[in-house]
Ligand binder design. Structure first.
Ligand SMILES: [Cu+2]
Length: 508
């Protein structure tokens, strides 16, 4: 395939992605008897102390983009219906996958109860295989613990199992399938238990974020749950920049609860603020044991609560700091080696990059560069990047000669370094392409596609800096806060106008 055609196809797929509309996750089953698919975010019944906002000083937890699980009261027992099922969800506009979740949502809807509540969960399985629900961190009777065969039979497709127990703890917990691969299909949700009296100091805003990771081969919408490498990282089911910002009025005290159910640990870092770690998956940490930081490691199966006073106005990033968790759609970790040129291919998919040979022999013209190795026998080889991340589009491919000395025959003495390949003109693409390691990071703007009421007032191009496990805490001065909240209530989503700073010279 020649380069112009390949570039055309890439451009077409980018335009296709940009044209897709944002939508929440939706249930995949063709029909549902007796229950509505995606449960809208709905207030709990009026008898609930939290609905009014502040009996005991407790504020409801807001998990951006994830509904709350409604309940009804039956003789003093809070009754919930939990439905494991397959959902179609959108990681970013244009990237839809099939995940497994609960009640039409992945992550599952948030369970929010009070310490001392008696709760009943009627679980009806709509998955194609058996499942159970484990209440992670909760002190429940063994028969309610959700381990199949040890504590209970599997809930077979179409079957129902009822869990009932009294919640005696308070803090950030979660529920999840106790089948390991189902966990990796997304089957997790928050289980928040409010204390009888709010912890001091009281918070004004209480947020929750679920950290998940997905292995998705190109053009395959089904997560590979056996993978050890993950190329999509999400917060509440969405990758940056599609994650919904958390909104705070300047001066408020904020709690953010983070839970992790995946294969990797996530060092979650906030910009511009220090926080205290105030809770774990075991509940509240005594204030005397709090420690400050701006990064907290949320390990697999852990919960971490952090709190801070939002005194600094600004749009503050909150993200996993693992470099590979700050990217979307990594196409390859190992190749290709050469830039596009005569006989060389670049920008191929993960399969080729990982050396899955499908055509010809490994060193053939098509596959050689994709194997991530230089063959040492062509002038087209250069020490260039592995090309991770989305690829920038270039109008008109430039053919240029590499420097004959680039990366070859130069010996650097131990302890010494040597400058290589400085570039002073960003428009000199030919020169840039001779630099070892180029390209590394690429930027893709999608302000318009991910515009939400919560993004109002962000600068043009803001979305170019958000990928993977990234979101933000927007600490807004009162006027702007009120305006953004009005837009949230009225559902007004407007992208910023104008060009990103420094991008005026670029074509669209
Ligand atoms: Cu991470």
């Amino acid at each position: 395939m020649d380069n112009s055609r390949r570039n055309f196809l890439r451009r077409a797929s980018v335009i296709g992605a940009a044209g897709a509309l944002a939508a929440g996750s939706k249930v995949v089953h063709a029909q549902h008897e007796g229950h509505t698919a995606a449960q809208p975010l709905q207030a709990s019944p009026k008898s609930d102390s939290r609905a009014g906002g502040s009996i005991g000083g407790v504020v409801p937890v807001h998990v951006p983009g994830v509904p709350r699980l409604p309940w009804t009261l039956d003789g003093g027992v809070k009754v919930f219906h939990l439905i494991p099922e397959v959902v179609k969800m959108q990681l970013i506009p244009g990237k839809e996958i099939f995940a497994w979740g609960y009640n039409g949502s992945c992550p599952g809807p948030t369970v929010e109860v009070n310490e001392g509540d008696r709760v009943r969960f009627i679980v009806t399985n709509k998955l194609p295989e058996g499942t159970t629900v484990h209440w992670h961190g909760l002190e429940v009777p063994p028969a309610m613990d959700g381990v199949p065969f040890l504590n209970q039979p599997l809930i077979e497709p179409g079957g129902t199992f009822t869990y009932e127990f009294t919640v005696r703890q308070n803090g950030t917990f979660f529920y999840h399938s106790h089948m390991a691969m189902q966990e990796m299909m997304g089957m997790i949700g928050f289980f928040i238990i409010h204390p009888k009296k709010a912890h001091a100091p009281r918070v004004d805003k209480d947020f929750g974020i679920v950290l998940q990771e997905w292995a998705l081969l190109p053009n395959n919408p089904i997560p590979n749950t056996l993978a050890m490498e993950f190329n999509w990282l999400t917060i509440n089911g969405r990758a940056g920049p599609h994650a919904t910002p958390m909104l705070v009025r300047q001066g408020e005290r904020v709690r953010i609860r983070m839970i992790n159910m995946g294969m990797d640990h996530h060092p979650m870092h906030i910009h511009g603020n220090q926080f205290y770690v105030t809770g774990t998956e075991g509940g509240r940490i005594p204030e005397t044991a709090w420690f400050p930081g701006n990064t907290v490691l949320v390990g697999v199966a852990q919960a971490r609560d952090v709190e801070f006073d939002a005194v600094y106005p600004g749009d503050w990033m909150l993200h996993c700091h693992l470099p590979h968790h700050m990217m979307n759609q990594m196409v390859s970790m190992v190749g290709p080696m050469g830039h596009a040129g005569m006989g060389s291919q670049t920008g191929k998919g993960m399969e080729e990059g990982m050396g899955v040979v499908r055509q010809g022999h490994a060193l053939s013209e098509d596959l050689g560069p994709g194997m991530g190795r230089g063959m040492g026998m062509t002038t087209q080889e250069r020490n260039v990047s592995n090309m991770v991340g989305p690829q920038e589009q270039h109008e008109g491919h430039t053919q240029q000669q590499p420097s004959p000395n680039q990366g070859k025959g130069t010996e650097v003495q131990p302890g010494q370094t040597e400058r290589v390949g400085q570039v002073s003109n960003p428009d000199d693409e030919a020169r840039r392409k001779t630099v070892p390691g180029y390209p590394q990071d690429m930027v893709m703007f999608m302000d318009k596609e991910v515009a939400k009421p919560e993004t109002y007032g962000l600068p043009p191009g803001w979305s170019g800096s958000f990928m993977g496990m990234m979101t933000m805490v927007r600490v807004l001065p009162p006027d702007l806060y009120d305006e953004v909240m009005r837009r949230v209530r009225e559902g007004i989503a407007e992208p910023p106008q104008g060009q990103p700073a420094g991008q005026q010279r670029k074509h669209e």
